[in-house]
Design a protein around this ligand. Structure first.
Ligand code: GLP
Length: 235
């Protein structure tokens, strides 16, 4: 894996947007694996800016997001569907039917996971997988565990993740959902390339995940075995 160090979040976002844009330019019908969280927001804004000046065309791009909170409807303001529409999809010419996330508000989460897995398989997997990293090393919502979960699955969120993500849930009665549907390591490791962004504040977990042992207790460490993974990390 390649680890590229940059000075700040701005440089990280600029580099990430250029890499994603170049992947769309090379393959206009690219299949992008996308992530949420605060880290990629600026990258998405830069991609929107490139689209607005005519430098990028999303008309054939297909996207599959990593995860969704269990129990949240797509129009819930904290759902990842809402996040993606708000930060990227609504501002480009991507066809909404080409954008995919697991549905959080179905009655059968396991069935939804199996269907989502099949949808990704049906298109032949992900070309470029964008990832963030949780402070405990989670990717998507694959939390520290005894094994690396391969398939799309339902995860109970750890205390660390619930506490990290609390900041997004501001309404008085809003509690952070305690579980989520997430793509597993099968699809992530099968992606043709992976781009992981680690902004300021993630220095400690970057050290542990990419310079230490590969262990499901630090899920991102699995990427040490990916054949084409780039990490852009703020020094
Ligand atoms: C959430 C998402 C992850 C993301 C992580 C880090 O838990 N499910 O995909 O990487 O948050 O978030 P942030 O970028 O806000 O630090």
């Amino acid at each position: 894996m390649n680890i590229v160090y940059v000075k700040n979040n701005e440089q990280m976002s600029l580099m990430a947007a250029d890499i994603i844009a170049s992947s769309i330019l090379h393959k206009p019908d690219a299949i992008l694996g996308l992530a949420t969280g605060s880290t990629p927001i600026e990258t998405y804004a830069l991609l929107v800016a490139k689209y607005k000046v005519g430098a990028l065309d999303f008309s054939q791009v297909r996207t599959f997001n990593l995860d969704e909170y269990a129990g949240l409807a797509p129009d819930h303001e904290q759902s990842y569907r809402y996040f993606m529409n708000h930060h990227l999809f609504n501002h480009t010419n991507i066809a909404m039917e080409n954008t995919h996330l697991p549905l959080g508000n179905t009655s059968d989460h396991e069935k939804q996971c199996a269907e989502y897995e099949k949808k990704i398989e049906a298109v032949g997997g992900i070309d470029l997988q964008l990832l963030g990293i949780g402070s405990n090393g989670h990717v998507g919502f694959n939390e520290p565990a005894d094994v690396f979960y391969m398939k799309t699955n339902v995860q109970n969120l750890s205390a660390a993740t619930l506490s990290d993500n609390k900041r997004f849930f501001k309404g008085e009665n809003e509690v952070v959902p305690s579980s989520a549907l997430t793509t597993g390591f099968g699809q992530i490791m099968a992606a043709k390339s992976v781009l992981l962004l680690a902004g300021n504040g993630k220095q400690e977990i970057v050290q542990k995940a990419f310079y230490g042992d590969v262990t499901p207790q630090i899920p991102a460490s699995c990427l040490q075995f990916h054949h084409n993974c780039t990490v852009i990390a703020v020094r």
